[in-house]
Design a protein around this ligand. Structure first.
Ligand code: NDP
Length: 455
């Protein structure tokens, strides 16, 4: 091995958190190198948020075609859909974004090394037959799908595979009821596949507000997605041209393809963390404390590899906070309160703040405001789909604790509400805000009747 290229900061992993932290550090004059074994852009850009959302845009055209007749457009068959065309266009867009990321790194003065890197010690990494030294190391290696440990699971697709599958299956079986499971189920249903979901619990989207979960289930079912509960998968095998999943209770479920979306694991294996003494938890997530510092001085970790809040904007904030602290003399902590999030199903969920259950668990006496209605757009088209809006208010202080919406405008609306919640907005302030008419959003400022109160 030859040595020694010296940097102020070496980042391992060029995804959302690594790129953001590296560029911000370089903008303050730090000499930065970033190592990436795969494509620059990480999960979000290459195999997550971005391609997923492009596919969802594509899937939603079915609704537009169907709804148009009610608005006077000549009723006709829904145009034929060609999956390979969309896939190629999606891939071209991801290529474009990948190049932009590479250019952004270069323009920021960050040295990109396209190699797999591993730690040698707290200030040295090895990659491509060389060692590199830096005062500080940032690990931002993200996560990867973690398929169920059952026989035959290799026959199933992960979300990575689904984003590259050459043909749309006629029948898709989805294992899991989290973000990825329901988003991909919804996408494939939009393109016309028969979709069946199996979950081990009673409802999809554990951790979301119960009313919203149940309302989304009803909408997914209305669109023809079957949801099977209490299913503990024990094995997957070939069955003719398709696949058969067997559950512990003997039930069987079949599909031409199976998507296993049962969570993700931190990408920490093979980094030789133990060589430097970096501590990980049972799931392999790098343990971090204040300021994203690991158990080793000089080594930091951000994003999904730390398994804190596994969302792109959180990783970006963690990376930038670190750069502000280390290279701009501006100690910065990430504000983990009121992180908005969306589930890009059709219809979508937008949510920020506490769920009803969380509010109760935290000892709040909550006033609950909830409304459901058919969006104006669907009055003429005749589509039977309902929006749900729910607000949770702390009775003692009148502070709004949580905002939840099921409806395709939800994600766009909730981003603004997150600002209000971070400012400590009260229900009275929501009520004193004039609505924007006609919109679904105005319902958030016109909720008058409490539907229930906590005991
Ligand atoms: P999630 O943790 O959201 O969901 C995992 C699902 O798999 C749950 O339904 C869970 O069931 C089920 N599951 C886990 N283990 C088993 C098991 N042994 N047997 C049966 N079922 C099991 O993971 P995802 O993979 O969907 O997403 C990973 C993360 O990525 C998300 O948590 C989120 O942070 C991020 N993400 C965000 C998106 C967004 O912002 N729109 C989109 C996609 C991902 P149970 O509920 O019973 O635990």
């Amino acid at each position: 091995m030859s040595t020694d290229t010296d940097f102020d900061l070496i980042t391992i992993g060029a995804g959302s958190g690594g790129v953001a932290g590296s560029r911000r550090a370089a903008s303050y004059g730090a000499r930065v190198a970033i190592f990436e074994e795969s494509r620059v852009g990480g999960t979000c850009v290459i195999r997550g948020c971005v391609p997923k959302k492009l596919l969802m845009y594509g899937a939603q055209f079915r609704d537009a075609f169907e709804d148009s007749a009610g608005y006077g457009w000549a009723a006709g068959a829904v145009p034929a859909f060609d999956w390979p065309t969309l896939l190629a266009r999606k891939d071209a867009e991801i290529d474009r974004l990948n190049k932009i990321y590479i250019t952004m790194l270069a323009n920021s003065g960050v040295t990109l090394v396209q190699e797999r890197a591993r730690l040698v010690d707290a200030h040295t990494i090895a990659a491509g037959g060389r060692t590199y030294r830096a005062k500080t190391v940032l690990i931002a290696t993200g996560g990867r799908p973690s398929p169920l440990p059952i026989p035959g699971i290799d026959l199933a697709m992960t979300s990575d595979d689904l984003l590259a599958m050459p043909a749309l299956p006629k029948r898709l079986l989805v294992i899991g009821g989290g973000y990825i499971a329901v988003e991909f189920a919804s996408i494939c249903r939009g393109f016309g596949a028969e979709v069946e979901i199996v979950i081990r619990g009673q409802h999809i989207l554990n951790g979301f507000d119960d009313d919203i979960r149940i309302a989304l289930e009803a909408e997914l079912k209305r669109r023809g997605i079957l949801i099977n509960t209490g299913v503990q998968p024990v094995g997957l095998e070939r069955a003719g041209a398709g696949l058969r999943l067997t559950a512990r209770d003997g039930r069987v479920f079949e599909g031409d393809k199976v998507l296993c979306a049962t969570g993700r694991h931190p990408n920490s294996a093979g980094l030789w963390l133990e060589a430097a003494g970096v501590a990980v938890d049972k799931q392999g997530a790098i343990r971090v404390g204040k300021g994203s510092l690991t158990s080793v001085p000089g080594i930091y970790a951000v994003g999904d590899v730390t398994n804190r809040v596994n969302l792109t904007p959180v990783a970006i904030n963690e990376g930038r906070a670190l750069a502000e602290t280390l290279y701009n003399n501006n100690p910065t902590e990430v504000n983990y309160a009121n992180i908005p999030t969306a589930v890009f199903t059709n219809p979508a969920i937008g949510t920020v703040g506490l769920t009803e259950q969380q509010a109760r668990d935290q000892g709040f006496v909550v006033d609950i405001y909830r409304t459901g209605f058919r969006p104006m757009k669907y009055t003429l088209s005749g589509r039977e789909e309902r929006v749900m809006i729910k607000l949770l208010v702390d009775r003692a202080t009148d502070r709004v604790l949580g905002c939840h919406m099921l409806g395709n405008d939800g994600p766009e609306i909730v981003q603004g509400l997150a600002i209000a919640l971070n400012c400590g907005a009260t229900k009275r302030q929501f009520d004193a805000t004039i609505g924007l008419h006609p919109s679904a959003a105005e319902e958030f400022v016109t909720l008058r009747d409490k539907v229930a109160v906590s005991p």
